[in-house]
Design a protein around this ligand. Structure first.
Ligand SMILES: Nc1ncnc2c1ncn2[C@@H]1O[C@H](COP(=O)(O)OP(=O)(O)OP(=O)(O)O)[C@@H](O)[C@H]1O
Ligand SMILES: [Mg+2]
Length: 131
């Protein structure tokens, strides 16, 4: 049913739980995982620092998945997280997208974060929100 599971991750605790669920789903469905991190163009930090952080986030996902015998595809891009994740999900033909309800900002008084909200609004495939 799910052949390509995309998991956008910003390295937050919420995203870590989304990664874990994506990994167990991939083992169950024998699916591919596409891990994606978008380096947020709005952040005012040296690019190298953000790039290193992004690589580290994807490396971490890679090691967790490897323990379950899965080698994820990794995509690291620079741009607008919501917009780019939508484009990548379509381009990769994701069957489902697994994300955290919140991310780095984690304002829990909001029901969900803006990236999660944009994905639900714009994607035609199922979006699994992980608390
Ligand atoms: N830059 C990113 N790259 C990849 N995935 C991301 C990125 N930012 C958020 N996500 C995904 O979206 C989920 C929800 O994060 P979101 O950014 O919507 O919430 P937030 O950071 O709490 O709030 P906001 O960013 O709207 O201030 C994260 O758990 C993660 O799965
Ligand atoms: Mg965020």
């Amino acid at each position: 049913m799910f052949k390509i599971i995309m998991v956008p991750t910003d390295g937050s605790e919420f995203a870590a739980r989304a990664e874990d669920i994506a990994i167990s789903m991939a083992s169950k469905y024998n699916a591919r995982i596409v891990g994606v991190h978008v380096i947020d163009e709005k952040l005012i930090y040296p690019y190298e620092v953000l790039e290193d952080e992004g690589k580290e986030i994807l490396k971490n996902l890679n090691s967790k998945a490897k323990k379950e015998g899965i080698i994820p595809d990794e995509i690291l891009v620079f741009g607008d997280p919501a917009k780019d994740l939508i484009t990548i999900s379509k381009r990769m033909n994701a069957d489902i997208v697994v994300v955290g309800t919140h991310g780095k900002k984690g304002l829990e008084k909001l029901l969900i974060g803006s990236v999660a909200e944009n994905l639900i609004k714009s994607l035609d495939v199922p979006v699994l929100l992980v608390k």
